[in-house]
Design a protein around this ligand. Structure first.
Ligand SMILES: NC(=O)c1ccc[n+]([C@@H]2O[C@H](COP(=O)([O-])OP(=O)(O)OC[C@H]3O[C@@H](n4cnc5c(N)ncnc54)[C@H](O)[C@@H]3O)[C@@H](O)[C@H]2O)c1
Ligand SMILES: [Zn+2]
Ligand SMILES: [Zn+2]
Length: 386
C-alpha cells in the first residue's frame, strides 16, 4: 500500500486490486486509484474478503448483466478510512461489513418501512449499472480509465468506496477475517430459516446443496429446534460437515433409482418435510425441493441463483394441495440493522462460524488462488486477508 490512513483523507488512494477485465479470464493484479468518497459515501480499507459463488458466476460470464472491467467481491470485513459529506452513521476507524442489500431507513422508503422485506431499492439502479449513486465510478486504472463497481461492494481491492446505506457497523472485537462471512452466504442461509420461513421447533427440513449456504441453513434449522434435517447433495464429501452441524439424514441424490422428491416424500417421510431449501441454483432441484415438501402446508424456499434464462416449473396441483413456494435474498435480513446482531451473536459464542473457513490466503493478489480453491469442490469459504 502506498499510504496509511492518517494521510490519505481527502486524497485519491493508489492501491492493489484484482480486476476482472473480461468474462472467463483470470483476474489481473493492477495498481488502481480509488477516488475520495462523495456525499453519502464511505471509503474503506478492506481487511479480508471471502469468495462467494456469485463472484465466480459473474466472472465465468453467466451473468448477462455483468459489466467489465470491474472489481468483484462482496463478502468482506473493512475499516472505514474516510467518509464523504453528510455521512453520520459511521466514522473513520469503524469496522463495517459491506452489504449488497442496502438499508436506507428513510420514512419514504416503503420497503425499509415494511417488516415484510429487506429489499431496499434506494440505489438499485446505479448499483446494477456498476456505478455509485451519482452515476460515476470511484475506480480508475493506470491509464485513467474507469473500472466498474460490483454489487455495490467491489471488495477485491485494498480500498473501496461504499454507499453509507450499504455499511453495517459491527463490534470491533470480531475478527474481520471471520466477520466477512456475514456479508453474504452464511447470513443468507441462516436468514432463510429464521426470517423467510420461520422454521419452528420440531419441524422437518430438507436442504439441497451443502455449500456454505446450505450448511448455514442446517445450522439455522438446528438452532431453531428442527428435529429432522435431511441433507441432500451429489457430492458425499459434503455430508461430514452437514452431520456435524445437525443433519439427521444424508442423501446422495445422484445414487437414487427414483426422483429425490419421491425418496424424501414417500420413503424417508410419509408426506414430505415441513420446510425445504434449494441451495444449488439448479431449477430441477428447486422443483424437487418443492415437491418433497409436505402436503397441506410444506414451504419450499429458493435461495440458489439460477443461470440466466432458466425457469422453474411444477404441476399447479402441487400448490393447490397446500405447498408454498418462496424465495429469499440475503436471508431477509435488514442489513444495517441485523448484520451487527449476527456478529454479536457470534462473539457471544452462540453462533459459531469457524467451520465455514476451509481455505485461507494472504494478500489480495492471491485471489486467483482462492478462486481455484473454490472451483475444487471441497471449499466452503476461501478467505483472503489483505
Ligand atoms: N439468495 C441469495 O441471497 C443468495 C446469497 C448467496 C448465495 N446464493 C446462491 O446460493 C447457492 C449456493 O451457494 P454456495 O456458496 O453454498 O454454493 P456451493 O457451490 O458451495 O454449494 C452448492 C452445493 O450444491 C451441490 N449440488 C450441485 N448440484 C446438486 C444437485 N443436483 N443436487 C444436490 N446438490 C447439488 C454441490 O455439490 C455443492 O455442494 C448459489 O446458487 C449462490 O449463488 C444466493
Ligand atoms: Zn454472495
Ligand atoms: Zn430503503
Amino acid at each position: 500500500m502506498s499510504d496509511n490512513s492518517t494521510t490519505t483523507v481527502g486524497k485519491p488512494i493508489s492501491c492493489k486490486a484484482m480486476v476482472a477485465r473480461a468474462a472467463k479470464q483470470p483476474l489481473t493484479q493492477e495498481n488502481i486509484t480509488v477516488g475520495t468518497p462523495k456525499a453519502g459515501e464511505v471509503r474503506v480499507k478492506v481487511i479480508a474478503n471471502a469468495l462467494c459463488h456469485t463472484d465466480i458466476y459473474t466472472l465465468d460470464g453467466y451473468d448477462p448483466e455483468g459489466l467489465f472491467p470491474c472489481i468483484l467481491g462482496h463478502e468482506a470485513g473493512c475499516v472505514v478510512e474516510s467518509v464523504g459529506e453528510g455521512v453520520t452513521s459511521v466514522a473513520p476507524g469503524d469496522h463495517v461489513i459491506p452489504c449488497y442489500t442496502p438499508q436506507c431507513c428513510e420514512w419514504s422508503c416503503i420497503f425499509c418501512q415494511s417488516p415484510k422485506t429487506n429489499l431496499c431499492p434506494k440505489i438499485r439502479s446505479t448499483q446494477g449499472k456498476g456505478v455509485m449513486p451519482d452515476g460515476t465510478s470511484r475506480f480508475t486504472d493506470k491509464d485513467g480509465k474507469p473500472i466498474y463497481h460490483f454489487m455495490g461492494c467491489s471488495t477485491m481491492s485494498e480500498y473501496t468506496v461504499l454507499a453509507e446505506i450499504s455499511c453495517a457497523k459491527i463490534n470491533k472485537k470480531m475478527a474481520l477475517d471471520r466477520a466477512c462471512l456475514f456479508g453474504c452466504g452464511v447470513s443468507t442461509g441462516l436468514g432463510a430459516v429464521w426470517n423467510t420461513c420461520k422454521v419452528e421447533v420440531n419441524s422437518s427440513v430438507a436442504v439441497f446443496g451443502l455449500g456454505a449456504v446450505g450448511l448455514a441453513v442446517i445450522q439455522g434449522a438446528k438452532m431453531a429446534g428442527a428435529s429432522r434435517i435431511i441433507a441432500v447433495d451429489v457430492n458425499p464429501k459434503k455430508f461430514v460437515a452437514a452431520v456435524a452441524l445437525g443433519a439427521t439424514d444424508t442423501v446422495d441424490s445422484s445414487k437414487l433409482d427414483k426422483p429425490v422428491q419421491q425418496h424424501i416424500a414417500g420413503t424417508l417421510t410419509e408426506w414430505g418435510v415441513d420446510y425445504s431449501f434449494d441451495c444449488t441454483g439448479n431449477t430441477e432441484v428447486m422443483r424437487a425441493a418443492l415437491e418433497c415438501s409436505h402436503r397441506g402446508w410444506g414451504t419450499s424456499c429458493v435461495i440458489g441463483v439460477a443461470a440466466s434464462g432458466h425457469e422453474i416449473s411444477t404441476r399447479p396441483f402441487q400448490l393447490v394441495t397446500g405447498r408454498v413456494w418462496k424465495g429469499s435474498a440475503f436471508g431477509g435480513f435488514k442489513s444495517r440493522r441485523d448484520v451487527p446482531n449476527l456478529v454479536q451473536k457470534s462473539l457471544d459464542g452462540d453462533l459459531p462460524i469457524e467451520h465455514f473457513v476451509t481455505h485461507e490466503f494472504d494478500g489480495v493478489e492471491k485471489t486467483n488462488d482462492a478462486i481455484e480453491a473454490l472451483h475444487g469442490g471441497e471449499c466452503l469459504r476461501a478467505v483472503v486477508k489483505y
